[in-house]
Ligand binder design. Structure first.
Ligand SMILES: NC(=O)c1ccc[n+]([C@@H]2O[C@H](COP(=O)([O-])OP(=O)(O)OC[C@H]3O[C@@H](n4cnc5c(N)ncnc54)[C@H](OP(=O)(O)O)[C@@H]3O)[C@@H](O)[C@H]2O)c1
Length: 164
């Protein structure tokens, strides 16, 4: 499958694969929220309906393209898509895919980069994502941050598609 031009997955994943718990993020990591804001700002964000429901509200400065199968679902500020093709068409170039697990799985074949926050601690949760396959994704940058102030250590990692 040909990746969409400039489509980036934006993922925070604990070392044990957990990305969500009870419809929310399992951790509170202010540095990662800032990073998320920086990498998504100004563009379209493609997300699943459950992730949209988990947001505290519309995130300023970004378009919200929401995948749902429900014929009548709508929400103020959301652009509704009922297929991957429709979501990609609405989002256009330079979009981010912000989850959750169902939507990462659906869109990974279309993406050409991943902005991955590795959280270096195990977390309990009910939503998991497998590791990114090193034969498909190669690491191009890494920024490590130690544990401090009760927050776990984490790394901001950029992956790009092999041969992309
Ligand atoms: N750590 C992270 O980076 C991160 C990022 C985002 C979310 N999360 C967490 O992940 C959890 C939510 O993830 P999730 O996997 O349960 O849900 P999700 O991917 O956010 O949303 C799933 C929903 O997307 C819609 N959908 C799925 N496939 C579709 C398709 N082929 N066509 C049209 N619509 C489709 C369906 O909506 P309908 O049911 O309306 O039909 C489905 O219920 C939460 O805990 C959230 O906090 C973590």
């Amino acid at each position: 499958m040909t990746p969409a031009p400039d489509l980036t997955l934006v993922v925070a994943r604990a070392d044990n694969g957990v990305i969500g718990k009870d419809g929310r993020l399992p951790w509170h990591l202010p540095a990662d929220l800032k990073h998320f804001r920086r990498v998504t700002m100004g563009g379209a964000m493609i997300m699943g309906r459950k992730t949209f429901d988990s947001l505290p509200g519309l995130l300023p400065g970004r378009r919200h393209v929401v995948l749902t199968r429900a014929a009548r679902w709508r929400a103020e500020g959301a652009e509704v898509a009922r297929s991957v093709e429709e979501a990609l068409g609405l989002a256009g170039e330079g979009a981010s895919v912000i989850g959750g697990a169902e939507i990462f799985r659906l869109l990974e074949p279309h993406a050409d980069a991943v902005e991955l926050t590795e959280i270096h601690a195990p977390f309990e949760g009910d939503t998991l994502l497998p590791p990114f396959d090193p034969s498909t994704w190669r690491e191009v940058s890494r920024e490590d941050h130690p544990a401090e102030n009760g927050h776990p250590a984490f790394s901001f990692v950029r992956l790009e598609r092999v041969g992309g």
